[in-house]
Design a protein around this ligand. Sequence first.
Ligand SMILES: [Zn+2]
Length: 563
Amino acid sequence: MKYSEFPYKRLTVDSQNALMMDWLVRFEGAESAEDQITVLEEVDDASREYASYVSIASLNFSRNINDEAAKSEKDYYDSIGPDIQEVYNKLDQAVDASRFKADLTEKWGATFLKKIEMELKTFDPKIMDMLRKETDLRNEYTKLTAGAKIEFDGKSYNLAGLGPFHTHEDRDFRKRSYAARFQWFEENANQFDDLYDKLVKLRHEIATTLGYKNFVELGYLRMGRSDYGPDEVANFRKQIVDHVVPIVTKMLEQKKAILGLDHLYFYDGINFKEGDPKPKGTPEELVAGAQEMYHELSPETGEFFDIMVNEELMDLVNREGKRPGGFCTSFPKYDRPYIFSNFNGTDHDITVLTHEAGHAFQCYSSRKQPLVSYLWPTMESAEIHSMSMEFFTWPWMKRFFKEETDRFKYKHIAGSLSFLPYGACVDHFQHWVYENPEATPKDRKNKWLELESIYLPNRDYDDIEFPKSGGIWQGQLHIYQMPFYYIDYTLAQTCAFQFWIKSEENREEAWSDYVRLCKAGGSLPFTGLVELAGLELPFDDGCLESVVEKVSNWLDSVNVSSL
Ligand SMILES: [Zn+2]
């Protein structure tokens, strides 16, 4: 079946409620664990169906944001989200009170009940209206940023359209493109401040209504983190400051040499004088190259990628009306993932074919997991699959970058490493924000600057006012829309680097560890998955230090003048 043939319909709250009444009666009246398991398996089938329709509705809208019919389907599913949560919350409560919990754990492992326990801690019918408000505010942020019209050199661009100019080889051009970008943020500063202020206060109110001191604990629960908390994360951030920041500073010295500049400003984000490496070939050629690559990589990936191609489960090339960005989604009822992206001729096109395909490969590999809640892991684990696949495909990068392959690899490693301090900065900032819900927009900007001086001490915005006054984070979607979703990338990167190191030493073993990890899906929490994959836990003292040392040695071994 091709994507376009997947059945889709609108499910109503009433129909789901009716099903739930029946399940609840049967579940609560069950005489044996088997009877409860039968009910939960029916619920699981229904959840797969619901989740698939939500994904289809959202994806179709992303594929064409001007399609009114697609928009109304997405709006429909957005609007019933909290009601459906309320319906399923009743079952979660019944499961939590079951006298057969030990048998349920034996059947599905401890993660099943743990997830339900956490779910219960994040919801109460009392907060439904606030949840609806939160969705509206999130959508307002999307609308504000997606609607940007920025005049630059006589033409009008949106934020994504302006993006490629920020890495233009002409320095003055780069700077002016950033100035135009931040001018737009400056003009909308009140709206950005106001929106975030409302979100922070609303989330604080949701948290206190549920009985929490502030939003931090609830934020962790929403991210499904059952096995670590703010203390472990704070310790990890400290390791980034101690071990990564100095190396990034050293790398920037290397970059000055590559670019032939005395001083680096924020807008000098390019890697090479002539600009960044570009993939060689048309989108069709790149996909054909990826198909060959995945066949050579392993039988599993070959089979997977054939399905992606044959069943039309990818929409890769940029076109008018498509939502910007790239992501992977899935339709659990049909056992299939989907990759969405906007190819625009940059090296990022290849990263989509490796990063998003890593997510999709994991989702495909875990399709035999017995529960829909086990298909995807929590985010810090999910990003291990994607970021590691970027490294596992290194031997084939020659196919895409030809004579620019070494440049691509250098950029890939240097970029991955310098991302860590930024990721930690975003995370630290969010902890402070939710611990201080009464802070003013001005306080937040000052705090950001203070944190920047710790994590990104080399940043110099020159005379560009908006970022200089501490507002740059307002362009980071996660901060508005997915609180606390960010440290995930840095934890996953630390694991992906381990796979990279391992695959250089013993590729076969590294690959089999990776496949095992993918198949496990979300059946274990982060720490359990890391152990299953034979990796060191990023929180452990010494882990990051030893990983970074190897990455740094590799960077030192590169003869940058030959790139
Ligand atoms: Zn990802």
